[in-house]
Design a protein around this ligand. Sequence first.
Ligand code: PGA
Length: 260
Amino acid sequence: MKTIVANWKMQLGIRESVALAKATLLYVRGKKHIPEIVLCPSFVSFHDLKKMIVNKSLHLGSQDVSSKPNGMFTGDVCAKMLKESGVSHVLIGHSERRVFSTDTNEKISLKIQSALEESLIPILCVGETKEERLNGKMEIVLKTQLRSALQNVVLKKDKSFYVAYEPVWAIGSGETPLVDEIVKTHMLIREILLEIFPLFQKDQFIILYGGSVNDQNAYSLLRESEINGVLVGSASVKLHQWTSIIDSAMSVLDQQEEII
Ligand code: PGA
């Protein structure tokens, strides 16, 4: 399976979100091998998108979740409310929330636990800054982010766990690491996850790559077995690029079937 997540950030209003979701539904209709597609609009679009896409071939994702289950937290949206809105997946710890909001590793850990309690699927985002990379600190940064976010997290043994590797410097910049480097980093992340959850199998970890994914590089990323999918920002709001990325995933899935 391949997973494609669209992170629409604060870019689309309700009408635009509905139009793009509709176009995506039409695009995949009747196709043989459809990847797991998760659309993450802003909160205000959940209501309209729930009616359209839930129980079809698309899933609804949230860009964040409160670390608290309920209470006096102005502006927060808790996991239970997301569930009620038709959400199945939640991005947690996106670098924009780590930088512009107050997402510390400890808070991220609580968010993951909140999501899991409501049977939502967390997608934990991790990644190093350019400076950390240049100073040879990538490995330690990823270890720290994963270990502290996953402390106290209990996973069901038969479930998958999603991580998005998003180098901060690659987000929205047009720059990406080489595919080989991404593959190596995914292997490293898988090893760290196995240390944290020793009873899991390697393939229970779904590791996505995010950061300047577009129609030009999607295929070369998705054809790698270590890369279980992609998390797409800017290119996910441009219909032509978005459908072309979905197309790349479908081609890879078609080829996988031929090999089997
Ligand atoms: P980008 O964003 O594809 O525009 O780099 C990815 C993300 O922020 O998740």
